[in-house]
Design a protein around this ligand. Sequence first.
Ligand code: FPP
Length: 261
Amino acid sequence: MQIDTEKLKAFYADAPDDISLDNIALDRMPCHVSIIMDGNGRWAKARGLDRSEGHKAGVASLRETVTASVRLGLDVLSVYAFSTENWRRSQYEVNMLMHLFATTLVKELPLFHEHNVQLKFLGDIEKLPIETYKVFKRGLDETADHTGMIFALAVNYGGRAEITRACRRIVQEVHSGKLNPEDIDEDTISAELYTGGLPDPDLLIRTSGEMRLSNYLLWQLAYSEFYVTDTYWPDFNKWDFLRAIRAYQTRNRRFGGVENR
Ligand code: FPP
């Protein structure tokens, strides 16, 4: 993806001491960064606030991260916003989140137009409340022709449900005679996932210190580099994002082999 160097310089203008244009290699940027945004509830609790305030504060971090990803020329940014297991939260919190997703998307659509960002959803969004689904559909339609970064929002997403769905779709193709079982390979499966057509994440960031995958992109993260920070999602900013990318650039990715970069 194209990087606008002037805008990138401005982006670094108020960088803290440990961050500079020199310590991030622009020619070795990850193509796809994925984030498990965690810690909104604990951020709110630490301030004596309702959990919903943590989610609202998390929207600002997300906006900053999307803008930073565009500036840095990423091809894909994906984020885990709501899992198939998150329906177990209180009805109040679920309703609040669904409303927040819809209102945020309406509010941020101009940002997607301004930066030529294409929106995608990972997960079964047809099962969402109709108001939320309608806004998501509108976001999809309005950004379908955008050719810049892809922003993929995982909502009502579960990795196991995704793989199960892919198996069903493949079996249907076999039943209908369109696909020979002998021809099924890893690419066949990748293509039937919600992420079909997207590169696998190079870097997975998880905030708030938890060391687990939480049923996220189980297939796609096979060879991704992991970066976990103790920072709660609402406190995560573009400098934390750059620190994660810098850590990624120090890793020696071998994909199971032995060769160096
Ligand atoms: C995890 O924190 C965060 C979520 C389940 C929701 C994430 C949603 C946002 C940041 C709002 C984004 C808005 C859009 C439009 C995508 P948690 O509640 O699990 O925190 P805890 O582990 O501290 O309880």
